[in-house]
Design a binder for this molecule. Structure first.
Ligand code: ATP
Length: 362
């Protein structure tokens, strides 16, 4: 009997449903042909849902998400729909907190032929993973910052518990990548330990985890220097791990290196749950026109297959995750079915069809 997995699906706002549709078609195609079955349960949440019902993340949706093997989430939020305090509706952040998804995984890959602002030497390839702590840091007081007429305050929180889990995860990922022949086995702690005591604490916990992995290289970098190196020599990195706000900013820089947000996937992973979603927002400026780039969402689906496969000892899912990622990379490198954000004129469906066609012949 086929191994089966329940996937909770949040279609999102703006371009969210437009890029989720072909992603589910692609995943269904792989699962129909494979040794496993994916059952998708579409559940409501988001800004449009809030506008209709007053609820952004219904309890029933949360229950389904909790009971699922993995969660696929498209872009959420709309600038026109806000809570009373003026902040945007962001169930993806609520999910991160409720499910303790402390590791925000942001892969950055730039292959030959890919659109990039980088001046890449011919013999170089960019393939690193930025891990952004996603439950505390400077987002700790999100929505609760103190604002008076003359002052505004937010609090940065770094805990030993989450930091230990985060660093264990980062070294585990460097190990996995090294075993797959993809990484150098290097983990870089990105902080600002020269200025803030909280980051010296963060670094100390990193060093304690590093001492348990003598086979891996562990080093440190200040966040400002890391931004510079992302642009000058990003091929030197393997796994980087950092605080929430630093990671938020660096992950968009990473997306820029890849040619834009339309090709930047992500995962938010905890000990028991994981959410897979594109790095980008709901792009209301292009919503409803069928021109959004579906690649970031499809690549997030590939990350989900990989994670499920490793977690459940199911090599068929890991293999399909790699196949799907390679299909997207091939379509991007060939350049025939690129959406407007990558300089082409393909529709969302054309781009997704090209991935599907490649999977069928690969
Ligand atoms: P958020 O704050 O939710 O991250 P944002 O308003 O900062 O959202 P996005 O919604 O990600 O940003 O959009 C930023 C720009 O990138 C917009 O011009 C949008 O059209 C473009 N963009 C984002 N995602 C895509 C995509 N998948 N395909 C094409 N263009 C995209």
């Amino acid at each position: 009997m086929k191994q089966h997995f329940d996937i909770a699906v949040f279609e999102g706002d703006g371009i969210g449903p437009e890029i989720m549709k072909p992603t589910l078609e692609t995943l269904a195609h792989l699962s129909d042909a494979g040794a496993y079955r994916l059952d998708f349960n579409v559940v409501p949440a988001g800004a449009a849902h809030h506008a209709q019902t007053g609820e952004s993340l219904p309890a029933a949706s949360m229950t389904t998400a909790r009971a699922s093997d993995a969660i696929l989430l498209s872009a959420m939020g709309l600038p026109t729909v806000r809570y009373d305090d003026g902040t945007e509706i962001s169930p993806q952040i609520d999910l991160r907190k409720a499910l303790t998804l402390f590791a925000g995984v942001r892969p950055v890959r730039v292959l030959p032929g890919q659109l990039t602002p980088l001046n890449m030497p011919d013999d170089k390839e960019v393939d690193f993973v930025l891990i952004r702590e996603s439950t505390e840091g400077l987002f700790h007081t999100q929505g609760r910052g103190e604002v008076t007429k003359d002052e505004a305050r937010e609090t940065l929180l770094i805990t030993r518990d989450i930091s230990e889990k985060l660093f264990r995860f980062a070294f585990g990922m460097a190990d996995d990548r090294k075993a797959q022949g993809r990484g150098k086995g290097r983990v870089t702690c990105v902080d600002k330990a020269n200025v803030f005591r909280a980051f010296a604490f963060f670094r100390e916990i990193f060093d304690a985890e590093a001492a348990k992995h003598p086979d891996l290289i562990a080093d440190h970098a200040y966040v400002d220097a890391t931004a510079l190196w992302f642009v000058l020599k990003p091929w030197e990195f393997d796994v980087l791990v950092t605080e929430n706000m630093f990671g938020d900013i660096l992950s968009d820089l990473g997306a820029g290196l890849m040619g834009g947000l339309g090709v930047a996937p992500s995962a938010d992973i905890g000990l028991d749950h994981a959410v897979f979603q594109p790095c980008h927002g709901s792009a209301p400026d292009i919503a409803g026109r069928g021109i959004a780039n579906p690649m970031a969402m499809i690549l997030s689906g590939a990350m989900m297959l990989d994670w499920l496969g490793l977690r459940h000892d199911a090599p068929a899912l890991v293999a399909d995750g790699i196949r799907l990622r390679e299909a997207v990379e091939t379509v991007i490198a060939r350049g025939g079915a690129l959406t407007a954000d990558l300089g082409g004129s393909a529709s969302t469906q054309d781009a997704a069809d090209a991935v599907m066609a490649h999977l069928e012949i690969a």
